[in-house]
Write a protein of this length. Structure first.
Length: 568
């Protein structure tokens, strides 16, 4: 185990950008099916001869499930065959049926737009030479020198210390002098550009915070945090057609993983169009939802300000002007929450203000502003001390203006302490952590605090969820659940073994508890009679398998709203 560093915090911070909002009703009306189907709503399907892990405490296990139309009609044993005449029969062959997987913190549009061919994938590059080779190939494919070369996935942690320190615009200039090039590092907290991109963005010196400078005071091409927006403003945004194509291709990848729901944790004007996080992305989601072509259940969080934080006045102005979109089925596209930043890695409580006291007060004012307007608030917070202050801010907002069940929650909070967990449980505050960042490597430590304290959180009564934060990390929930159930990652490193939770509890972090975050537990998240038929089938009995081998389990079927969207 190693002591935590600023760089480690940057990596685990993810793309935890700014804020979001829309106060629609928590209980969505009964909805007609709008998901693409391989069968009509009148069809019936009987799953039998397997292990059904329902995530429903009233009936935790079964061996058969009957689906009629888009609803779960019965849950029980193989006796259901007698009442399922005419239904399509699916033999689970001893495999496991789960509720559909819900990745409750997944920058999906950015993930889709950062896949080839729209974006150059630098995820495999571990040296400057390998990075240059991929960029050189992209330049050769694009002869127009006015065209931007957009790259994503470069992981600087994989570079040697010397190359990591020396990497700058000239390394890119060597293979792409005429084309402007922008490389979004995998953490999404750093963008590296060449000289042509600096020129187009008008970046010439150190007048802007976050612009890396060399010994002569000239820009290195390395842009940190909010300084990335200086380039985001000149990079041509993806077209609506590119958005639609990228999303359509990537929806299928989620279906193959058994995902049926996810939360986009920042979409809005504060992030800038062309990033997969701006209002152009929201427009595509709205278009798909209104046309009944959204093949996943999506929660959107709107971002009025950028990832460097903001002031309560900005939240107020944005939320007061926000108009809820019309013509949307809330069971397919929900926009009801706001996201705020409560730490900035170098500076605690990364909200507006010149001193820690002013920033702390600003956080309390942001929480109050969002809470008073009826929105759910998700707060990005990593620093252990900042986590406690954030819980205080959320509790203060509720005390000043009592609302029934606001369901505010912490995002990240990897080292939250037991006192804060008890306070969060009493205040109905949830916790959404990302095991994804720790499935490889040596996990970082904070003295006196347990990393990913799921056992403590569940014992305290906190609604604890798990998510990927993709594309900052891989969206493979199987690896994340295995880590929570074994506390050993894929490299064999152990993390706080006393925080181990049962496999079924870990699966609940990706199914039933995210439905709570979505305010949807009445109609999804468990395999229960009357709920929507969003289901995931795996090829083995998980309860009879070593949890450490869960990453090898294959998803063989995914059903959304009663229709199959994936069958192996």
């Amino acid at each position: 185990m190693q002591a935590i560093s600023r760089r480690s915090l940057v990596k685990v911070a993810g793309t935890g950008f700014a804020l979001t909002g829309l106060a629609a009703s928590a209980a969505a009306p009964a909805a007609a099916s709008t998901a693409p189907r391989s069968q009509s709503p009148q069809d019936a399907v009987l799953f039998h001869s397997g292990s059904v892990l329902t995530m429903d405490p009233a009936c935790p296990e079964a061996s058969a499930v009957l689906v009629r139309g888009n609803r779960i009609a019965a849950v029980g044993g193989n006796e259901l065959r007698r009442s399922a005449k005419g239904a399509r029969s699916i033999d689970l062959r001893g495999g496991t049926l789960l509720p559909g997987i819900n990745d409750s913190h997944f920058h999906f549009a950015q993930y889709a737009l950062t896949r080839p061919p729209l974006t150059v994938d630098l995820g495999a590059a571990v040296t400057i030479a390998q990075m240059q080779s991929a960029i050189r190939a992209a330049v050769q494919r694009q002869p127009d020198p006015e065209s931007w070369i957009k790259c994503f996935g470069l992981d600087l942690e994989l570079f040697s210390a010397a190359e990591r320190a020396s990497l700058n615009r000239r390394d890119i200039d060597a293979v792409a002098e005429a084309h402007p090039v922008a490389i979004r590092e995998s953490s999404s907290h750093i963008t590296i550009v060449n000289s042509r991109a600096l020129e187009l963005a008008g970046i010439r010196g150190g007048e802007d915070p976050g612009v890396g400078l060399d010994a002569q005071g000239q820009p290195t091409g390395v842009l940190y945090e909010a300084a990335q927006n200086l380039v985001n403003g000149v990079v041509p945004p993806y077209t609506a057609e590119e958005h639609r194509t990228a999303l359509a291709q990537s929806f299928g990848q989620l279906h193959r993983l058994g995902l049926t729901s996810y939360t986009e944790p920042v979409i809005g004007p504060g992030m800038g169009d062309g990033t997969g996080l701006g209002m152009d992305t929201l427009a595509v989601y709205l278009e798909l939802a209104r046309a009944g072509k959204l093949p996943m259940r999506v929660d959107i969080q709107l971002a009025p300000v950028g990832q460097s934080g903001g002031r309560a006045a900005q939240f107020r102005d944005f939320l007061d002007a926000w108009k809820a979109p019309s013509g949307i089925d809330g069971r397919w596209l929900r926009i009801e929450s706001v996201k705020a930043f409560a730490d900035g890695l170098d500076d605690p409580l990364n909200t507006g203000g010149d001193s820690p006291e002013e920033r702390r007060q600003e956080l309390f004012d942001i929480a109050r502003t969002v809470h008073e307007r009826g929105f759910q608030l998700g707060v990005h917070v990593i620093g252990p001390d900042d986590t406690g202050i954030t819980v205080e801010a959320l509790l203060a907002a509720q005390a000043q203006n009592t609302r029934p069940d606001p369901r505010h929650y912490l995002i990240h909070g990897y080292w939250i302490g037991k006192d804060s967990l008890r306070a969060a449980a009493q205040g109905g505050i949830g916790l959404n952590m990302q095991p994804s960042f720790f499935v490889r490597g040596v996990p970082p430590t904070v003295p006196g605090r347990a990393l990913l304290p799921y056992r403590s959180a569940l014992d305290a009564g906190v609604v604890a969820m798990a998510s990927s934060d993709a594309p900052v990390a891989a969206p493979d929930w199987r690896e994340h659940v295995a880590l929570l159930a074994t506390r050993r990652n894929l490299d064999g490193n152990q993390t706080a073994p006393e925080q181990k939770i049962r496999l079924v509890e870990a699966l609940g972090c990706y199914t039933s508890r995210p439905a709570w975050q979505n305010r949807a537990e009445q109609w999804k998240g468990t395999v229960s009679v009357g709920k929507v038929a969003d289901l995931c089938v795996l090829d083995r009995n998980l309860l009879r398998s070593d949890p450490a081998r869960l990453p090898q389990a294959e998803v063989v079927k995914t059903m959304i709203d009663g229709g199959f969207v994936y069958e192996a």
